[in-house]
Design a protein around this ligand. Structure first.
Ligand code: SOE
Length: 374
């Protein structure tokens, strides 16, 4: 089969991650578009790719491009993904799929009607030990679930001098911390447990009322021109959920928790055993057992569930991590384009599901009442 041609739309931190994953999965990066034609030219030269596209019209008109990777700030996702699908291109669109539920519905419906492959990088599904947890739950090793709990904590916005486009609701959407990282946790936990959240009670707080000038980079060091700008998006959030199966879940999210760089953590407690996963210690799955027993399952290719083994591309003890997850996700998207059916590939339907949860979480935080997710 000839190599897939791809275009990367958006050249920030995550655009670079997509580019690397695309190359490793065997695609040819045909070109890039960025925040301005000048920046696209710079990046095209740095990446050594043929085209620096002026805009999305030029991207979708390129017959050498079969897949468009949408890596722009959130408010542009809908227009970019819609243009690509309408032109018959497969799409990988960054999360959140869109900044409103309506836009996410439109994109998911369009993707379904075209039959094109359309995926969203909920990449934490690609940690091998996460697949191990999912397999053990599906095989009944935990027994009926009793409690789900966890957090997703970062600290890259803890300094009032730090800022980013995500902080501005016009660019990032009505929710910041929940839509940006709470969305990952919800996708992951629903997928691992097989249970879906049916209702939510949530609260948001903006703990840093003013911030310095915005930068386009995430996890960048603070910059300030001295001027401070009012903030309306939330820095921290807490949510309680009840699943359709009746299991209670609680989640704490923050981008202002010192020392927590990218700590997605969950624990799922069943009648027979518990499992816990920490994204910053992602080679290991903790398994809690009764009678003073506990186990650690270590990632590797020669034990555990078939999916855990499939994604363990390095030998035991040779740490994989976020980059390998991203690469496996992109490779699986390309397999789906080639009409394979890779297990657990997050699609626009999952992006829509996430947009629904975020919408309901925002509604609950505003009204302060338990809100159905349906
Ligand atoms: C920034 O908060 C960010 O890069 C998110 O946008 C990603 O989805 C997450 O994986 C890491 O943090």
């Amino acid at each position: 089969m000839s190599k897939l041609g791809v275009a990367i739309v958006g050249a920030g931190m995550i655009g670079e991650v997509h580019r690397r994953a695309a190359i490793l999965a065997g695609a040819i990066v045909r070109g890039v578009s960025a925040s301005s034609p000048e920046r696209a030219t710079q990046v095209a030269s740095a990446w050594d790719v043929a085209r620096a596209y002026r805009d999305i019209e030029e991207v979708v008109a390129d017959p050498q491009v079969q897949v468009v990777h949408v890596c722009t700030p959130n408010h542009l996702h809908r227009a970019m993904a819609q243009a690509a699908l309408a032109a018959g291109k497969h799409v990988i669109c960054e999360k959140p799929l869109a900044t409103t539920l309506e836009d996410a519905k439109t994109l998911a419906a369009l993707a379904a009607s075209t039959g094109l492959t359309a995926t969203v990088p909920f990449v934490y599904r690609y940690h091998p030990v996460v697949r191990e947890a999912r397999a053990r739950i599906a095989h009944g090793e935990l027994g009926p679930l009793r409690l789900i709990h966890g957090s997703y904590l970062q600290d890259w916005l803890m300094d009032p001098a730090s800022n980013n486009w995500r902080v501005d609701p016009k660019l990032g959407g009505a929710s910041r911390v929940f839509a940006d990282i709470g969305s990952h946790w919800c996708d992951l936990v629903e997928w691992v447990t097989g249970e879906r959240f049916a209702e939510v009670s949530a609260a948001f707080e903006t703990v840093i009322a003013e911030r310095g000038a915005a930068t386009s980079k995430s996890f960048a060091s603070a910059t300030t021109d001295g001027a401070m700008h009012a903030v309306s998006s939330e820095d921290v959030a807490a949510a309680m959920f009840k699943t359709g199966g009746g299991t209670l879940a609680s989640l704490t999210v923050s981008q202002v928790s010192a020392g927590r760089r990218n700590r997605l953590w969950f624990e799922i407690d069943g009648a027979k055993a518990s499992v816990a996963f920490d994204q910053e210690d992602s080679e290991r799955l903790w398994i809690g057992l009764p009678d003073q027993r506990e186990e650690i399952f270590v990632r590797g290719p020669s034990a555990g569930s078939p999916e855990q083994r499939r994604l363990s591309v390095l030998p035991v003890g040779h740490a994989q991590g976020y980059g390998y997850c991203f690469e496996a996700f992109v490779a699986d998207t390309y397999r789906a384009i080639a009409a394979e059916r890779p297990e657990g590939l997050p699609t626009f339907d999952d992006g829509l599901r996430s947009a629904l949860i975020v919408d309901r979480v925002i509604a609950s935080a505003r009204t302060r009442v338990w809100t159905p997710i349906s």
